[in-house]
Each structure stands twice: as structure tokens, then as C-alpha cells.
Design a protein around this ligand. Structure first.
Ligand code: AMP
Length: 280
């Protein structure tokens, strides 16, 4: 496994693989890898070569968000990647990615205006821009994203469709801790007491999912039950509980076809997300 930090090194390696007729799977991450990331890396094993990027992208953090404190541990990440047969880690600096000045952005309408887009106004512009750049650098055949960040997955799929990017986007299921909490690098921020309180997210998601599976069609009733569950936890503060159309991210009243039920909840100062989806 190689670890490189320049765009040129990635291009040289990828060119050699492509010349040999090999396919490339790509997993973009911000590092501090856990089983959620590793499940994407395993899925990417269907390609001849697997590239993982580890880059805490400043452009997708708002001014009051956790860019400085976001957990980082390249050595640990590299050992995990090696174990999971990654061929190349791309670990650029912000300067390598954005140079001294940077003026071009990939922005998206509609899908970015709901859910996390409301509480994190610059977030998806930063995500789309960095992912488009990474796709241009790595030129993968397939790229892998987690359903944990369901809005992000929908946005990336739409960007690839709208901008005719020549690759396939694959979504992978949410990986959870044994007690239900969705794995996240941000779980490391939680105190032991907050870690217990954070279980309210998965409880709320499982409750909503069970209602939908039992035939409840009224989105407001499902939302009310999910909200009440979260409000039963004193350390939790709701950012949003919403049920949206899977393709447009606009709120629905009735559950018909593909929907995403998504929640964002502060546990103390830590903002956590979780969701369930019902496909068409
Ligand atoms: P991040 O490092 O948080 O930017 O995440 C990198 C990728 O891993 C994204 O596509 C996430 O959706 C995915 N991911 C993060 N946590 C999980 C999880 N618990 N289950 C599945 N995928 C995940």
C-alpha cells in the first residue's frame, strides 16, 4: 500500500493501473476510520484497485463547526487500510487541494436546501466541490458512500448525473455499534453519559421504521412519535426530524414510494445524524 500526498503521485499511479486495464474503486473519507468506512472499503474490493482519500476538507465546515477539533490519526488509519487491502491512500494538505487561492465551486439547488443544508449552509457546496475534485484526480470507475449520510449520497448521485461524470456511485448500508448507535468519527466527542444519551437517535429511527413497515402512511404521525422519543432524553436537543422524498429531499405528507426519514440531534455540543430509508 502506498500513501501519497500530491495530486501528481495519484495521477501517475492511477495511469499505470489504467494502462494495465485495471478498474478503480474509490472511498472518500475524512479519516479516523471505523467499521462504517471499512464496510465501504470492503465493498470497493469488487474493483481491481482500491483508493481511499483521507482529507478533513475545510470547505465543508462552517465557521463555528468542529474543523480544528475533528479527530485525526493517520498512522492508525493507514494500519486499518493496509489490513483491508487498500492499494493507495491519498492524504493531501489543504494547500495541495486548494492552492493559495481558489475560485471555482460545484453548487447544487433543491436537494441541498433541506435537512442538513438548512443548519449547515456552506456544507454541501464544500462536499460537492471536494468530491468533484477528488473524482477528477482519482478518476475511479466506482465510488462508495454510506447511507449514514443519506442526503450527501443523494446529492453526490445527482451531481454525477447532472454533470455527466463518468463513474458509478454505490451506496452502502449504515453500520452501527452493537447497541444501535450509528458509527461516526464524531462519537469520540461524547462523554460516557452522553454516549448513553446518544442511543435516543437509533431508538427514534427504529421506532419510525417499525411504524412505516407496519403500514403507517401518515408522515406527521411517524415524525411525532420519533420526536417524542428524542424529547424523552434530557441531554438531547433536536435540530430536525423530517421525512422527505428520496429523490428531491422535499418533505412529504404521505409515505408513498421512496422516502428518507432523517434526524439531526445535539447530544450536549455534539451534533449526530441518523436515518432510515424506504426505497421505491
Ligand atoms: P466521513 O469520514 O465521515 O466523511 O465519512 C466517509 C464516508 O463513510 C461517507 O460516505 C459516510 O457516509 C461513510 N460512513 C460514515 N459512517 C458510516 C456508517 N456508520 N455506516 C456506513 N457508512 C458510513
Amino acid at each position: 500500500m502506498k500513501i501519497v500526498s500530491t495530486i501528481e503521485e495519484v495521477r501517475t499511479q492511477v495511469a499505470a493501473w489504467k494502462k494495465a486495464g485495471e478498474t478503480i474503486g474509490f472511498v472518500p473519507t475524512m479519516g479516523y476510520l471505523h467499521e462504517g468506512h471499512l464496510s465501504l472499503i470492503e465493498a470497493a474490493g469488487e474493483n481491481d484497485r482500491v483508493v481511499v482519500s483521507i482529507f478533513v476538507n475545510p470547505m465543508q465546515f462552517g465557521p463555528t463547526e468542529d474543523l480544528a477539533s475533528y479527530p485525526r490519526d493517520l498512522e492508525r488509519d493507514a494500519a486499518l487500510c493496509e489490513k483491508y487491502h487498500v492499494d493507495l491512500i491519498f492524504h493531501p494538505t489543504a494547500e495541495e487541494m486548494y492552492g493559495e487561492s481558489f475560485y471555482s465551486y460545484v453548487d447544487m439547488d433543491v436537494l441541498t436546501k433541506e435537512l442538513c443544508g438548512l443548519s449547515r449552509p456552506v456544507h454541501f457546496r464544500g462536499v460537492c466541490t471536494v468530491v468533484a475534485k477528488l473524482f477528477n484526480i482519482v478518476t475511479p470507475d466506482r465510488a462508495y458512500f454510506g447511507e449514514k449520510d443519506a442526503q450527501q449520497l443523494a446529492i453526490i448521485k445527482r451531481m454525477v448525473q447532472d454533470l455527466n461524470m463518468p463513474l458509478t456511485i454505490k451506496g452502502c448500508p449504515i453500520i452501527r455499534e452493537e447497541d444501535g448507535l450509528a458509527k461516526s468519527s464524531r462519537n469520540t466527542y461524547l462523554s460516557p453519559e452522553e454516549r448513553k444519551a446518544a442511543l435516543v437517535l437509533s431508538r427514534s429511527v427504529f421506532l419510525g421504521k417499525a411504524m412505516a413497515e407496519q403500514g403507517e402512511k401518515d408522515a406527521d404521525r411517524i415524525k411525532a412519535a420519533m420526536t417524542a422519543e428524542i424529547e424523552s432524553e434530557p441531554l438531547a436537543r433536536i435540530d430536525y426530524v423530517k421525512i422527505v422524498d428520496l429523490k428531491t429531499m422535499q418533505q412529504v405528507k404521505t409515505i408513498n414510494g421512496g422516502i428518507l426519514a432523517a434526524i439531526a440531534v445535539y447530544i450536549g455540543k455534539t451534533r449526530l445524524i441518523d436515518n432510515f430509508m424506504i426505497s421505491d
